[in-house]
Structures are given as structure tokens and as C-alpha cells.
Design a protein around this ligand. Structure first.
Ligand code: ZN
Length: 157
């Protein structure tokens, strides 16, 4: 669930996240809708049949990565609008081995570099709450990066 303060925008959001409900987490429906509404061209396959396009399964990441994905999409779309880069279309957005995986079609070299950078940054961001997660700190059982508050104490390095 998400609560908004008086002003809108990513910086003004407070995330209130419950426990992960299964092994594969998804951003909550409000954040899912927000990304699709803000970047309809990037997520044009969001409602595709799951058997045909992995994007149809939604955003298989925790809520804590929402700001990172939002900023990435903003940069990717700006490349298209201002530099004539291809229109990126997301094929799959998920967490794997502790990192964001943002698979796309039709991306320029610069856009691929942006994605690579965002994926690298994700390994240092708690996927539950979005605060810094550092090497050697707690992770969840699948290896997703976690802060001290949300990690599994048994896995603290
Ligand atoms: Zn956290």
C-alpha cells in the first residue's frame, strides 16, 4: 500500500510494505499502474498474455525498486523524445540473483548503458523499502538486497 502526502511525486511517497506474499514479489497494484500510466509506450506489453510476453506477469520486483525503475524509464523515454533514440519496449522486469533485470526491445547503446547502470544500482538498494543495502548486509532468501531492517538476520554477512 502507498500513502501520498499533500504533494505528489516519487520523493513525496511513503511506502508501507507488508511481508512478501510469496517467493516472487510484485510491486503493489498502485505502483504497477503508476509506471504503466507514466510510461505507456515502454510498458505497452504490460497486459499481454503471460505465455507470449513475460511483461504480462507484471513487475516481479519489490516496491523498494519503484523509484529506480521510474527514474530509469524517465531517462529512457527522454532519450527517445530528445535524441531520437528508439522507443524502448520492456519485455520483462524482475529480480534475479539480487539484481534488477530490465529486458527490452529496441534500445540504443546509450539506453542499454542506462539499463546496465540501473541494474547495478539495484544491487545496493533494499527491494522492500528503497534505502541503501550494502554488501555483507542482510539479504532475503533469494539474494535480493535488503537493508538491516528487512533482511534475514540469519544471512547477515
Ligand atoms: Zn529495507
Amino acid at each position: 500500500m502507498i500513502a501520498r502526502k499533500a504533494t505528489s511525486g516519487v520523493a513525496c511517497m511513503e511506502l508501507h510494505v507488508g511481508p512478501l506474499f510469496d517467493r516472487i514479489s510484485h510491486v503493489n497494484p498502485e505502483l504497477d499502474h503508476s509506471l504503466c500510466a507514466r510510461y505507456p509506450q515502454i510498458f505497452s506489453d504490460r497486459d499481454a498474455p503471460k505465455r507470449l510476453c513475460a511483461m504480462g506477469r507484471g513487475f516481479e520486483v519489490g516496491d523498494g525498486w519503484y523509484p529506480l525503475i521510474d527514474l530509469l524509464c524517465r531517462a529512457l523515454q527522454r532519450e527517445t523524445g530528445c535524441r531520437g533514440a528508439p522507443q524502448v519496449m520492456a519485455c520483462q522486469v524482475k529480480e534475479k540473483l539480487g539484481s534488477l533485470r530490465f529486458r527490452v526491445r529496441h534500445a540504443s547503446e546509450r539506453q542499454h548503458a542506462m539499463i546496465t547502470f540501473a541494474e547495478a544500482v539495484s544491487t545496493r538498494v533494499c527491494d522492500v523499502c528503497g534505502v541503501a543495502a550494502w554488501p555483507g548486509h542482510a539479504t532475503d532468501a533469494t539474494g535480493a538486497p535488503r537493508c538491516r531492517q528487512h533482511g534475514d538476520p540469519g544471512r547477515i554477512g
